[in-house]
Design a protein around this ligand. Structure first.
Ligand code: KIV
Length: 273
């Protein structure tokens, strides 16, 4: 268990994340989509696990997050929750399950909470989805916001480039961040925005700002687990730090296994009954 947090065994809650921001303790978040990975991350001491709709890319091989369904998100979330004891588990509401209809948004969030036993949901967008967020919050479900690059809107943006470089978009982002705080979100992700803007937002709002490609002024950081472990070779944005090269590790292990099988070196007499 990690020793670099103040209490590495106590269950992480949304309230604790806010307390961590207040005392200046950075929040660690990674994605997971399955039981085994979630258990490893939790045992390593991660504070929060995001069952991200990036599962659409890294688990299902889609080019965007749009195709993943609510049922599929619930399947991943259920698997993750079973592997976790300490971390807070947050689940993305997928594209099409909350935009434009707050009743449907609530029904989607309730399904996630009831069927997966996760502890919070995350939703992309600001003022446009405020009514849906409020309805979900009114049912006692904690909501994390997500501003900046919001991959569910990729067809509107047209690129995955840095967002809010222009003043008008930056002003809207700041207004949305304040709105999310006011309506009761317990935190928000800021994705791929200039570091100075993210720092300003983190300074101005009292809830934790978790950055991805948003610089070191955020209250915490999130990365997609497959990216930071070096499983995705083709994805190398500037913000990504690779902590391992599991692609090479796995390729080497599989290569040696194939060799052993081909040469009848596996199994040995001690590996059989
Ligand atoms: O789906 C996801 O993995 C995310 C993170 C990149 C924040 O939303």
């Amino acid at each position: 268990m990690s020793t670099n947090t103040i209490d590495s065994t106590r269950k992480v809650t949304t309230r604790r994340l806010i307390e961590m921001k207040q005392r200046g303790e950075k929040i660690s978040m990674l994605t997971a989509y399955d039981f085994t990975s979630a258990r490893i991350l939790d045992e390593a001491g991660i504070d929060t696990i995001l069952v991200g709709d990036s599962a659409s890319n890294v688990m299902a091989g889609n080019t965007t997050t749009l195709p993943i369904t609510l049922d599929q998100m619930i399947y991943h979330a259920k698997s993750v929750v079973k592997g976790v004891r300490r971390a807070l588990v947050i689940v993305d509401l997928p594209f099409g399950s909350y935009q434009g209809n707050s009743k449907e948004a609530l029904a989607s969030a309730i399904r996630i909470m009831k069927e997966s036993h996760a502890e919070a949901v995350k939703m992309e967008g600001g003022a446009e989805v405020a009514e849906s967020i409020q309805r979900i919050l009114s049912a006692g479900i904690p909501v994390m916001g997500h501003l900046g690059l919001t991959p569910q809107s990729i067809n509107k943006f047209g690129t995955y480039n840095v967002r809010a470089r222009e003043e008008a978009e930056a002003e809207k982002l700041i207004a949305d961040a304040h709105l999310l705080e006011e309506i009761g979100c317990f935190g928000m992700v800021l994705e791929k925005v200039p570091a100075a803007l993210a720092t300003r937002v983190a300074d101005e709002v009292s809830i934790p700002i978790i950055g991805i490609g948003a610089g070191g002024g955020c209250d915490g950081q999130v990365l997609v687990m497959h990216d930071m472990l070096g499983l995705n070779r083709g994805f190398s944005p500037r913000f990504l730090r690779r902590y391992a090269d599991l692609h090479s590790v796995i390729t080497d292990a599989v290569g040696r296994y194939i060799e052993d099988v081909k040469h009848s070196d596996f199994p040995s007499t001690s590996e059989q009954y």
